[in-house]
Design a protein around this ligand. Structure first.
Ligand code: XBP
Ligand code: MG
Length: 278
């Protein structure tokens, strides 16, 4: 099976958005007159809870436990909406660029006919704002499928977003490759049968990436190679391009086939000896 499509995660993979979500969250606390401020180490822990609003509601429940649950639900909703407005305003002011190599790899994939898709746990309006303010107007159309929380409400590590993308691309998991930054994202893609490459960041570097083919600092660029955290022993390119991804994808499928064969052999040796007739 050859590589036909790349499926990109958004937050933390296309750009270091979590620093902006965090900044916007703290601005939202301040705008509501709350003294709460999240620092990076706390945010890193909170990111283990899927979804911005859910993690906020959980935090408020523990911090403002004397308040009525209904009031906390409303407060979480207002704070989250305020966070998103500020996040998109910051994006519009040019506060964030793409991670190294992202623009180059997506441009190359488009020019050689590798299909593109997005699988994210954030909202469609956040994705549109990020693409418009980094790649530029019209970039949304480069992605054949854009699956957001509105399309797959059960967030990663559930495989739902990836399964939805595969169904809309009409491709099996082993014809695709996912690019992710978090343990939850790797879990989601792997559960959908899609090989994954990780570009980690300050919020995810302690996550478990056991199911990933390769773990890197970023995609790198010709004048600035990526740092290899864990990569296959053969065929390493200094920066990630389509040829590198095709190579890693092939190794991942070979590894999967070898494991399936090994599993079949061990199941066979465990089976009882066939009875002979007579
Ligand atoms: C990452 C997330 C999101 C963001 C915040 O999504 O977990 O919840 O932290 O976005 P992904 P919201 O990596 O799948 O793109 O506040 O919109 O949830
Ligand atoms: Mg992510």
């Amino acid at each position: 099976m050859v590589l036909k499509a790349l499926i990109f995660d958004v937050d933390g993979t296309l750009a270091e958005t979590e620093t902006l979500h965090l900044k916007a969250m703290n601005a939202s606390f301040a705008a509501e007159g709350l003294k709460i401020r999240w620092h990076a180490a706390l945010y890193r822990q909170l990111l283990q809870i899927p979804g911005g609003r859910n993690r906020l509601r959980r935090f408020l429940g523990e911090t403002l436990s004397a308040r009525d649950p209904g009031a906390l639900d409303r407060l979480a909703g207002e704070l989250h909406a305020g966070k998103d407005r500020t996040y998109r305003r910051l994006l519009a002011s040019g506060a964030l660029d793409l991670r190294p190599g992202v623009r180059r790899l997506i441009g190359e994939a488009r020019s050689v006919g590798v299909r593109l898709a997005i699988a994210t746990a954030t909202s469609r309006s956040n994705v549109e704002a990020l693409l418009r303010n980094t790649f530029g107007a019209g970039a949304l159309d480069w992605f054949e499928v854009v699956c957001t929380v509105e399309d797959a409400p059960t967030r990663k590590p559930a495989p739902d977003a990836y399964l939805e993308v595969l169904s809309r691309l009409d491709l099996p998991g082993d014809a695709c490759l996912a690019l992710e930054d978090s343990g939850a994202g790797v879990g989601a893609a792997a559960a959908a049968g899609i090989p994954v490459v990780v570009t980690q960041n300050q919020f995810t570097e302690d996550d478990a990436f056991d199911d990933a083919i390769a773990v890197l600092s970023d995609l790198g660029d010709p004048d600035r190679p990526y740092e290899a955290i864990r990569v296959p022993p053969t065929g390493r390119y200094p920066h990630v391009d389509v040829a590198q991804l095709r190579h890693w994808h092939m190794l991942a499928l070979q590894d999967r086939a070898a494991r399936t064969a090994e599993h079949a052999v061990s199941a066979d040796t465990r089976a009882p000896a066939p009875r002979l007739a007579g």
